[in-house]
Design a protein around this ligand. Sequence first.
Ligand code: PMP
Length: 405
Amino acid sequence: MAETTHGALAPTYHPLPITIARAHGTHVWDTDGNEFLDFLSGYSALNFGHLHQGLVAAAMTQLRQVTLTSRAFDHDRLEEFAQRLVEVVGPLTTGGEDSLVVPMNTGAEAVETAIKAVRKWGYDVRGVPADQATIIVAGGNFHGRTTTLVGLSDDPVSHDGFGPFAPGFVRVPFGDLAAVADAVDDTTVAVLMEPVQGEAGVVVPPDDFWPGLRALTAEKNIALVADEVQSGLGRTGTTLACELWDVQPDLVCLGKALGGGIVAVSAVVGKPEILNVLTPGTHGSTFGGNPLACAVGVAALDLLSTGQYQARAAASGKVLQERLDALVEQGLLTGSRCVGLWAGIDVDPALGTGRELCEALLERGVLAKDTHASTIRLSPPLSIVQPELEMALDILEESLVALRD
Ligand code: PMP
């Protein structure tokens, strides 16, 4: 298979050997016109599929009005976007209908925003001495690529060599409630975790973990922050992954699918007591909450509020899980974890690497990406129909058999 050259690009990525020229729904086409099923969906930024008509129409309409004002001036789509987020996501947090919204652009910025908010809340409201606040995070996390966020990572490739890192974080094993309880002290202002870890390979914690975190943090007046940048907005068969355990976090970080794969939109949504500390001058972004982002964000939230995408993710997820379980039983995979329409699969290193499996899939018309040496994540658009899903899973089986033989 031809190796991709970097050309003028710094070598931050090792893309699979395909050059995409066009896309629609669950399909993409390369520059030679070959068709592929997208089983990555831009790391879940394309939950509604490529070029969803309603999202494109919302973007086109807004492109003829106004696209950027900066937050120095209000515009007529900003409050609408915030209100819609509060309607759809607010009740799933402890902020309820009184939730507040901080609009940003990328997932990493949303998480950075949440970190700033809980630290300032710790200082202003809880009385934690300045520069003493600590935040508990999980091993295996992925929250983004800023220097603060890679400082939280225990993945050596993301982390090593990029220090010195910001202090004030304590890392405990993901899913280990006793370890979280042990790490809590008077300086703890927040627990920040992904409900289901995406980049780690779709790692689902034990069922009592999030309810336990909620009880512990509520008792100690610690903010519970859910990074739902990848898990949120329908992927798990629910609007938020936290709903799987009936848990309302205090703050939720959203990104990716909030921009419908068209624009970069992220946000922090939740408890007013916390987000009210971000007073004028404390935080902001030139592009955060811009009119184009808000218009597409509102249209994405409209799609989500029908419940259709969540229902489709749950139904298709059952098919996905059954087929993956069968591949594990046949010995073609060493493991699989599935939640909604989102799976992490483990390839037997004796058969090949995750990358080799992705290349075998690509040759047969399916796009997927390895997250670790022997793990790949499957996350097709939630709009996928059953024949497409079955076809991609047939190709997965065929590719694994080809690696084995
Ligand atoms: N949080 C989580 C859970 C993510 O999966 C990601 C991206 N993979 C991010 C944050 C960062 O998002 P972005 O790339 O938009 O900064």
